[in-house]
Design a protein around this ligand. Structure first.
Ligand code: COA
Length: 469
């Protein structure tokens, strides 16, 4: 039966209502999120596209954080002191007159603007940047930001949405005013006292857990603050003390400190050697930090190659496979060796026997043989081997970048891979390379204003520094 005009329009109105209701339901289900992008993965911007960072960092901890944010697509504007820049530009130089690897490897994916933050016209530019950025990141000595006039109150008044993230050596307490570098943090965060051999002094590690580790923590704090800001509309302070960052990474040792109260730490080789434990967690050499005993063993060529070693883990489920490989099948059933508790007091002797076998093979041969039967082992890779490793180049973990001053150099790309936020590693900026572009395009200053600011000397090196150089 044919519908009348009235009936038809009613049907239309009704169906519109249904569609509205349906999309409301869908929106509720989607938690207020936009509908999924129809663009191919990797083609719809990056994770932090649209986020602008006022990067007031220097040396290593802060720059690690802002470089990671840059890898994720944030627009990172690095503020540097005119004529000088980040101190690492000239530290450990390998090419005369050029930015060092120390600087270039920590400052990719950033733009550089030079501003004297203590000059009135410099403050004018900084205030304008504060108004337009989402996050300020700094790792100055305690109080330095306030001495520049950039107090939380000042920043928050200009831009209540701004997140102010800081790295400091220590949190509030007796050492809060101290200046801190990497190894100080490793020592104060509990890493050094638990690293090294029992008979030797405390050791610091090569991995920069104080600087880069804390930079990583702060980056995480910033992303969380950005997420919370979506709900609250306001910024907040984000602080990570290097001592706290190191302790977070050394938490298994605080675990062991508490276990000490109820008895010796049976997985430490010291237990098997019958050496009594003291009041604090001891250094455990190359013992594994978990429940599966491990040790570093010599491989073929160790006499001349300092890295011809392998980390070998005697994981319980593959004990039988280990016994077969090393020619000790009787250990599979011998009650003195067959169970993990029975093996604990004999770890030193067991690893010495396994080492007799690993010494007949290169570390890569051990790797191949063991992995076939699921025995967890890890070759001790030198930095030379890592730099030359093809698979790390293929994944973008090690990247070659071209620099106009120093030529090609290797850097570490984004260690986190995301399917919809593809990292393109860019070279580090020259000192003040983007000053004009930022004043004009980001801050919208007119040519006359730029000239006024420049003529004031707020963006260039003071005369006496020029003479000294
Ligand atoms: N314009 C003008 N002045 C600037 C400036 C700029 N663009 N950038 C920095 N400065 C000034 C600071 O305001 C400060 O002056 P002040 O002492 O009068 O306040 C001065 O430069 C030095 O800054 P500071 O942070 O004290 O540098 P430092 O070289 O003496 O100390 C650290 C370096 C790393 C020890 C210290 O910054 C620190 O403890 N940071 C926190 C912990 C940290 O991150 N450590 C690890 C670094 S990898």
């Amino acid at each position: 039966m044919a519908k009348s005009k009235k009936q038809k329009s009613r049907t239309k109105a009704e169906s519109k209502k249904v569609v509205k209701l349906k999309s409301k339901k869908l929106a509720a289900k989607a938690n207020g999120l936009p509908k999924p992008s129809s663009k191919p993965y990797g083609k719809d911007g990056k994770a932090l596209t649209g986020v602008r960072i006022l990067d007031f960092t220097h040396v290593q901890s802060g720059p690690t954080c802002t470089q990671l944010l840059g890898y994720m697509g944030a627009d990172v504007i690095k503020v540097e002191r005119p004529g000088v820049g980040d101190i690492t530009r000239t530290q450990l130089r390998d090419v005369k007159g050029q930015d060092s690897l120390y600087f270039t490897m920590l400052n990719g994916n950033k733009r550089s603007i030079t501003i004297d933050s203590k000059h009135p016209q410099g403050k004018r530019v900084l205030d304008a940047l504060i108004k337009t950025c989402d996050v300020l990141v700094e790792n100055f000595a305690p109080g330095a930001l306030d001495r520049m006039g950039l107090t939380w109150e000042h920043i928050h008044k200009l831009n209540p949405r701004m997140i102010v993230a800081s790295v400091k050596g220590f949190g509030p307490g007796p050492y809060e005013d101290c200046k801190v570098y990497e190894n100080v943090a490793q020592c104060a965060g509990g890493s050094a006292s638990t690293t090294g051999f029992r008979e030797g002094p405390p050791l610091v590690t090569g991995a920069q857990i104080g600087d880069s580790g804390t930079g990583l923590h702060v980056a995480w704090g910033i992303v969380c603050a950005l997420y919370q800001r979506m709900r609250t509309g306001r910024g907040q302070k984000v602080l990570c003390a290097m001592q706290d960052g190191v302790l977070n990474l050394a938490r298994v040792k605080l675990r062991d400190q508490q276990r000490l109260k109820v008895g010796p730490l049976s997985e430490y080789s010291q237990f098997g050697e019958g050496v009594p434990f003291g009041k604090a967690v001891p250094r455990a050499g190359n013992d594994s930090g978990g429940g599966q005993p491990g040790w570093i063993l010599k491989c073929k060529g160790w006499e001349s190659d300092p890295d011809a070693y392998i980390y070998f883990i005697t994981q319980a489920p593959v004990w039988g496979e280990i016994c077969d490989l090393i020619g000790k099948p009787q250990w599979k059933t011998d009650p003195d060796y067959a169970t993990p508790p029975a093996r604990l007091p004999k770890l030193k002797q067991i690893f010495a026997t396994i080492e007799e076998w690993t010494m007949t093979k290169t570390k890569f041969e051990v790797m191949d043989i063991c992995n076939k039967v699921d025995i967890p082992v890890g070759p001790i890779l030198s930095m030379k081997e890592i730099a030359e490793e093809k698979s790390l180049r293929d994944t973008g973990t090690v990247v070659e970048v071209d620099h106009p001053g120093r030529g090609k150099y290797l850097t570490v790309g984004n260690p986190v891979k995301m399917s919809d936020s593809i990292t393109e590693v860019e070279r580090s900026p020259l000192l003040g390379e983007h000053t004009d572009e930022i004043l004009k395009d980001v801050l919208g200053f007119k040519a006359a204003e730029i000239a006024e600011i420049k003529n004031s000397g707020a963006l260039s090196a003071p005369k006496k520094e020029e003479k000294a150089a």
